[in-house]
Ligand binder design. Sequence first.
Ligand SMILES: [Zn+2]
Length: 463
Amino acid sequence: MKRLAVTLVALCATAPLSAQTPINWDSLGAETQRVLTAYLRINTTNPPGNEIQTARFLAKVLADNGIEAQILDTTEIGAGRANLYARLKGNGSKKAIALVSHMDVVPVTPAFWSVDPFGGVVKDGFLYGRGALDMKGEGIAELMAMLAIKRSGVKLNRDIVFIGNADEELGGTGAETFVARHADLLKDVEFLITEGGVNPLDHGHFMYYGVGVAEKRTFWQRLTVHGTPSHGSRPTKQNPVPRLVAALDKLAHYETPLHVTPGVRKFLRDMAAGDTSRQAAWLRNIDSALTIPAARDWILSDVYFNAILRNTISETGLSGSSKTNVIPAEATADLDIRLLPDQDTAAFRAELVKVVNDTAVHWTTILPPKAPLESPIETDLFRAIERAAHDRDPRALITTPMLTGATDRPTYRALGIVTYGVDPFKVELTDIQRGVHGNDERVSLENLTFGPHFFYDILRYVQ
Ligand SMILES: [Zn+2]
């Protein structure tokens, strides 16, 4: 596989490109740091969001660079909130590519931070701040790549669309409102890049370029059993709690079927590349390995592998009586269900209803499922990403891990747009674990040159 990849790079390198003015990447990196520092200092903690401020900031940077932006949906999303839209025009001979980011961030607990989370502090070669990774850093890498394309005069066959959304971290209303109200602005968009990719480093050792082509689909359910309230000193058959517990016990022992999607098959094969161990052989031949008990046990003992190979059910919220001596009128349990992208929601719920097999248990959907997200891999954009990655790391794997969490991507994918999660940065696993939605979120200064340059190359290669 590796030799084939190298051959492809050699072939691609002969394709003509038309960059007129070379970019000084060191000074562009310094400019990226200045812009991101100012952006991180705008507090868009959601709730309440306040993305109107970041939208104005981005519009100003774009205007200073000769690109007119629109601040949209200010009344629809709510007070102090907005989406941002801009477009760098090409010759229109091919369809557009959109660079999308969310402008809001999750709350912070300042006591756990070593610096001011909204101070834009530089320390030990890193720029600290809430959103440095998720995802103000990526938003600015997208912005600076687009500006670099404009400055260098790359001939554009595809327009480049830049979108900043409100409210990804809470309700997703920014992207939903944008898609609902401005489908006209997206109708010529073929490709879209946003969060959901990962290029991990493990103690400085670069692992792979992970392009997010798919994500699990949330399908949260609530189980309710009704009973007759009475005193706990006299047990009755009408207590809803044991009835609910029996249903939960059946679900806890139910093993959902295993199912390999195309992106996951590629990911597992890629992970095993160059490894001669028995386990690697299992990953390379995942479909047959899942029929071998020892292989199956080993693979499913990894919580991530398990989650990307099946629909999963986590029993989470639970409520019965608030008093020890009272049999309640009702008992409820919440199920965090995550479906593989190609699964049918109604069929899966019907299957679970059969497993529980108790008409006293009522099922309700807490959160309506978003559109399924699984984008094809055989595309010009995927090839452009591979080429830009191999420019930097000729032997690197470019693979397709599935995200078990949720992003705004399905909202755009529902329009038929090929939607990938691509990370502009190479990030230590410990920084992802500690910083994203945690404390001391930070991005290395090195990444602030690397990221815009990487995205710049993707944008010109996809033309
Ligand atoms: Zn995010």
